[in-house]
Design a binder for this molecule. Sequence first.
Ligand code: NI
Length: 134
Amino acid sequence: MKRFGVSMEEELLTAFDQLLEKKGYNNRSEAIRDLIRRWLVEDRWEKGKGKVGILVIVYDHRKRELSTRILKQSHHHHHLIVSTLHIHLDKNNCLEVNVLRGRPSELRRLSEALIATRGVKYGRLVPAPSGEEP
Ligand code: NI
C-alpha cells in the first residue's frame, strides 16, 4: 500500500466524515478507494471497455402486450443477457433485474429500448465492474 496526503477545505472534510459515518465506513481510506474504483468503472464504460451492467426495470404487467414485448426484446438480445430476476412487487407491478454482459454501446442500446417501451415506469442501467479493474 502507498500512502498519500490529501488537502481539503474543513467544511468539505466535515461533510465527507458525516457521510462516511452514515454509510458505515470505518475509515476515510476505504471510502476513497471505493470512490476511485467506481470512477474507474465509469471511465471504462465511457471508453467502451466496460463489459457488465445491471439493468433494473419496473412495469405493470397488465399493460397490453407489455410482458410479451419485453420478453421478445430480451430473447432477441439473449446473447447480452446473462441472467434475469423477476420479482412480483405487488398485484400489478413487476421489477426485473437483468445482468448484462457485452459492449457498453450494445448494453446501452438494449437498455434504452427496454426503458423506452411504453408502459415501463422506471428503468436504470448501472455500470458494474467486470473484474478486470484494479
Ligand atoms: Ni411479475
